[in-house]
Design a protein around this ligand. Structure first.
Ligand SMILES: [Zn+2]
Length: 151
């Protein structure tokens, strides 16, 4: 089964990039007392900047670097999980849920005209926030960045 993760408050940028690569990473900029522990108890593996978290939870992944590209390398080395390019851009970067092809609760007006007029074949929508995702310059930029980092 696919490993699910929960990241502590220090790991917002890492969470975003892991979601770009399709990993299931729960992230909040603030957790109530005990919330992280509950998410771990539900089966999520903890990603943490705190050495102490790893002392308390042998299954936790200690992320030591402050730099996101190094954090991604640490994630790769410490979890042994390879990046699967077929999974890139399949998850909402905001909500952490899988995108659905062409369907969304959002009105179509949220897609810029130029995208519709070009008949982009690969529009996906988030079933939670209604945000649309499609191949474009933003995605190309993120792909180049990941490739530069060796993914
Ligand atoms: Zn969303």
């Amino acid at each position: 089964m696919e490993t699910k993760f929960v990241a502590d408050v220090m790991l917002g940028r890492l969470s975003k990039w892991l979601r770009v690569m399709g990993f299931d990473v729960h992230y909040q900029s603030h957790y109530k007392e005990g919330a992280l522990e509950s998410l771990v108890a539900e089966g999520r593996r903890l990603l943490s900047r705190r050495a102490k978290a790893v002392e308390e939870d042998a299954n936790a992944v200690w992320i030591q670097s402050d730099h996101v590209h190094e954090q991604l390398q640490e994630f790769k080395t410490k979890t042994g999980l390879a990046s699967d390019r077929s999974k890139w851009f399949t998850r909402c970067l905001r909500c952490n849920v899988p995108l659905e092809k062409g369907s969304s609760k959002a009105p179509l007006e949220s897609v810029p005209d130029y995208v519709l007029h070009q008949e982009v074949p690969d529009i996906h929508g988030c079933p939670v926030c209604g945000r649309f995702y499609w191949p474009g310059s933003h995605r190309t930029k993120m792909t180049l960045q990941l490739e530069e980092w060796g993914f």
